[in-house]
Ligand binder design. Sequence first.
Ligand SMILES: Nc1nc2c(ncn2[C@@H]2O[C@H](COP(=O)(O)OP(=O)(O)OP(=O)(O)O)[C@@H](O)[C@H]2O)c(=O)[nH]1
Ligand SMILES: [Mg+2]
Length: 392
Amino acid sequence: MLSTVFGGMGSLCSRQKPLCEADTEETARAAEIERRITQETKAEQHIHKLLLLGAGESGKSTIFKQIKLLFQTGFSEAELRSYTSVIHANVFQTIKVLYDGTKELAQNDTNSSKYVVSLDNKEIGEKLSDIGSRWDYPCLTREIAKEIETLWNDAAIQETYACGGMLQIPDCTQYFMENLERFSDVNYVPTKEDVLYARVRTSGVVEIQFSPVGENRKSGEVYRLYDVGGQRNERRKWIHLFEGVTAIIFCAAISEYDQLLFEDETKNRMMETKELFDWVLKETCFEKTSFMLFLNKFDIFEKKVQKVPLNVCEWFKDYQPMASGKQEVEHAYEFVKKKFEELYFQSSRPDRVDRVFKIYRTTALDQKLVKKTFKLVDETLRRRNLIEAGLL
Ligand SMILES: Nc1nc2c(ncn2[C@@H]2O[C@H](COP(=O)(O)OP(=O)(O)OP(=O)(O)O)[C@@H](O)[C@H]2O)c(=O)[nH]1
Ligand SMILES: [Mg+2]
């Protein structure tokens, strides 16, 4: 009887089995989904969102590349190779800017004769200027590289390079011109350093996730870093990233105080940076966001301030040079730093002044310095975390 009962139940169960199993399976699946969502939400909460902001050419992507090299897998051989065409294009663009620049300066400058390229090099200049205007650049052969080198050594080109503030001369010019032979080798593979110097304007948004102490160490903070395009037409895309930002790494190229914007040649780059920083500081989304200000391109700044007075820039017009050499560099740097500090406090509403605000002196090309700087950023953010959790 029992067996009948059990048998019956069994048969009952077995008849109903598909239904029961479906139910349990569904419940299990739902629970699993729920568990995963909770897990992912927890993990997401643990990921700190960092935004790299700043005007065009301030060094955001260079910092981004350094982070990739320092805390991630770095560049694969394929990635390195993909930079060959970028570097060759940079070389062609640079020599064009310089050659066209000589003509512009020869027309407008009172001391125009020093900007006139020698007769022998004029033909090369015209040819290279023509190549530089094309969309598709030819291969950088040894022969062309030699011509570029010849033109680069022309006294007029050197004069133009030396007074480049008015022209759009890339910061990597010297490095590119000194490495032409290597770049034009048929077996050329870009090095990490070449990649850091290469200039590609960012369009859109790129992101990487990393932990400064290594992904497999549990206690390490996890960061998701976003790199955006800094030129004016790119900035409308920024807004989509403004929710839930732990910290902004704002890059300001302090060497650009005598330069004009690429996208608007009536505007001084430092003035643009000032307005941009002010706008970001006032954004309502960033009430609790930490600000890490990178005063970047210090390597160029320290050379420039000894030749071009800081007060050529309207924002720095009250600057008084004090000394010479290294002392003057420090004096100028402290002055610029103070201007940014003042701006921060002016542009932050009283209820926001307790946001974390730190200023770092950086040269994005210097890997050791970027590593050290990021460690400090990480420490600051971790400390802030503990304070907010009431643990400190
Ligand atoms: N000498 C020097 N060059 C730098 C430094 N930081 C960046 N550069 C160079 O400046 C150029 C522009 O840097 P990017 O990192 O592309 O600038 P960006 O802010 O990403 O520019 P957008 O993508 O247009 O917003 C590159 O050729 C870099 O190698 C620096 O600290 N010193
Ligand atoms: Mg970029």
